[in-house]
Design a protein around this ligand. Structure first.
Ligand code: 2HA
Ligand code: ZN
Length: 269
């Protein structure tokens, strides 16, 4: 057996830890598996899977299988003991519950942010014609610090990020969404986040962190990495004193050269 989806998932968790984005049990990851990936690991599945209820119904995700991190578990420990710190769940036919097919041993449960993950999968999958498979939540310091310096507004945030590193506008031409402070871990913040995920591949949570999405682990990790790096550059430049920045005309030139469509609502020209 070569590298399975479980291995790729575990590597991304640890990569996020190495970046310093997963203090303690901070952050979580989910991945929507395809049929081949399921076949590769089906020998590991439990013959008597535990069944759990969901706090709301996810009809569009009926029968879909996800790899998820465990609630209260540390990203740092995932490669050491994947079967204890992550698991594979199958949403049941009605979308109102799920079975734990593998992992989450010793009574572990999926991430506390499962409602946001599943709702984001539902919305993002629709918005991308089924391409989106990864939903990632992390606590990077710079993007979180940046939310203390601006109003909770996607346009303000996106313009700052586009201007803070030349390739940002190419990596996230739609911009980045932003949800103001809310209590994490429930269906309310899940709905507020998913309301923006139809337009943006990433949404920042004020004073907390970020949710990034993508078609595979590389694209999703790269998106969050790019946003966090731009935030770091912005804060460094702001501390030193910003005297000039990338202009809207330059952003348009960039979009033309790289053949992407920038979100026009976020341009002043
Ligand atoms: O502890 O990051 O938002 C996991 C989280 C909750
Ligand atoms: Zn969090």
């Amino acid at each position: 057996m070569g590298e399975t989806a479980i291995d790729r998932f575990a590597r991304m968790c640890y990569d996020g830890f190495l970046q310093g984005w997963h203090e303690r049990n901070g952050g979580n990851l989910s991945y929507r598996m395809d049929e081949n990936e399921m076949k590769e690991v089906s020998a590991l599945f439990s013959t008597e899977p535990r069944h759990m209820d969901l706090p709301m119904t996810f009809e569009d995700l009926a029968d879909e299988c996800f790899i998820v991190t465990g609630s209260g578990r540390y990203m740092r420990n995932i490669p050491l003991a994947p079967e204890k710190n992550m698991g594979i769940i199958r949403i049941d036919g009605t979308g109102s519950g799920y079975s734990i097919l593998w992992g989450l041993e010793d009574g572990a449960k999926p991430t506390s942010e499962l409602p946001t993950h599943l709702l984001n999968h539902q919305v993002r999958s629709k918005a991308t014609g089924g391409r989106c498979r990864v939903v990632y939540h992390a606590h990077p310091a710079n993007i979180t610090a940046l939310t203390y310096t601006i109003a909770p507004d996607a346009r303000t945030l996106s313009r700052i990020l586009w201007q803070s590193e030349t390739e940002c506008a190419v990596v996230f031409p739609d911009g980045v969404g932003m949800v103001d402070w809310m209590v994490p871990g429930g269906t309310e913040i899940a709905k507020a986040t998913a309301m923006q995920m139809d337009r943006y591949s990433a949404v920042v949570w004020a004073f907390h962190g970020i949710f990034g999405t993508g078609s595979d682990f590389d694209e999703t990790f790269g998106l969050v990495h790019t946003i966090e790096k731009a935030a770091e550059i912005y804060l460094k430049a702001k501390g030193a004193g910003i005297v000039r920045t990338i202009t809207d005309e330059e952003l348009q030139e960039l979009a033309k050269a790289f053949n992407v469509r920038l979100n026009r609502d976020f341009l002043n020209v």
